[in-house]
Ligand binder design. Structure first.
Ligand SMILES: Nc1ncnc2c1ncn2[C@@H]1O[C@H](COP(=O)(O)OP(=O)(O)OP(=O)(O)O)[C@@H](O)[C@H]1O
Ligand SMILES: [Mg+2]
Length: 257
């Protein structure tokens, strides 16, 4: 298996000496090329789990392995995309995309060509000479995706990357992202608390619950791409996932559909 997480536990120490268990006995395996969504409410440990797999946080006990090797630091082969884009405001769009290529052995011309290819992929060729401040949120996030993919990462970690976008831009970004990562054959671990986003994107959805953060259930998404939110399989899976969060008798569920 490509990524293997076994009995992962992560606790944080608070200043008063108490321990907070953010992840408890999390075991999960991920295949190469899989698109995994970590889904759950605030505080259930999604970001912590992402950081642990990416090597930004160390486990308190248990193991995380990528291709059989224990993860103990972040790797250049993997990239993280955050909610707030993380672009450098003083660099043009093109030079933001080139950023990750500068530590490699590319010439200036090669870097420029790769950046242009990825900007084309995210439909931003005409914006290459602009600066991030003159782009919309969706455009900035597309630059961040182009920059991440330009280094041909093995694993793309995304922590609620579309959280700040309006519903229409978000829908379009979801569609584009799935198309692009299929083409690039990249493994994606994507954090969200949006059930529809998870069903739209994922090969498997890992539902987590808080206090302590645990995996509650894993749902395979056996729906052909592209997926449509009104189709019976989509609606049925949404219903099943909602039932993980709310008991059948709980009428509040109606408000979330
Ligand atoms: N550095 C830290 N020190 C102490 N507690 C932490 C730390 N980082 C996270 N936690 C706690 O661990 C729990 C899980 O946090 P995490 O950020 O993983 O949640 P999340 O599922 O990503 O939530 P959200 O959807 O709000 O981003 C939370 O209760 C949080 O307060
Ligand atoms: Mg988080």
């Amino acid at each position: 298996m490509y990524i293997e997480i076994e009995h992962a536990k992560k606790h944080f120490s608070h200043p008063d000496g108490s321990l907070f268990v953010a992840l408890e006995d999390v075991s999960l395996t991920i295949k190469k090329g899989e698109f995994i969504c970590l889904l759950g409410q605030s505080g259930c440990g999604k970001t912590t789990l992402l950081n642990v797999i990416a090597g930004f946080e160390k486990l308190s006990s248990g193991t995380v392995k990528i291709e059989g090797k224990s993860v103990n630091k972040a790797s250049e082969k993997n990239v993280m995309i955050f909610q707030n884009y993380g672009l450098l405001p003083w660099r043009s769009v093109r030079r933001n995309v080139e950023l990750g290529l500068e530590s490699g052995s590319y010439t200036r011309t090669e870097r420029r060509k790769i950046a242009e290819d990825y900007l084309k992929m995210v439909n931003l060729s005409d914006f290459a000479d602009r600066y991030p401040c003159s782009l919309s949120g969706g455009q900035q996030q597309r630059v961040a995706i182009a920059r991440a993919l330009a280094v041909k990462p093995d694993i793309l970690f995304m922590d609620e990357p579309f959280g700040a976008l309006d519903a229409i831009t978000r829908g379009k970004m979801q569609h584009d992202l799935r198309k692009i990562v299929d083409r690039e054959d990249c493994t994606v671990i994507f954090v969200t608390h949006d059930i529809d986003e998870a069903i739209f994107l994922a090969d498997r959805i890992v539902v987590m619950t808080p206090n302590p953060g645990k995996i509650k259930r894993i749902f395979p998404v056996n729906i052909y791409q592209p997926r449509y939110r009104h189709e019976p399989d989509f609606v049925e899976l949404r219903e099943q996932i909602l039932r993980e969060f709310f008991p059948k008798s709980d009428r509040r569920i109606e408000y979330f559909i």
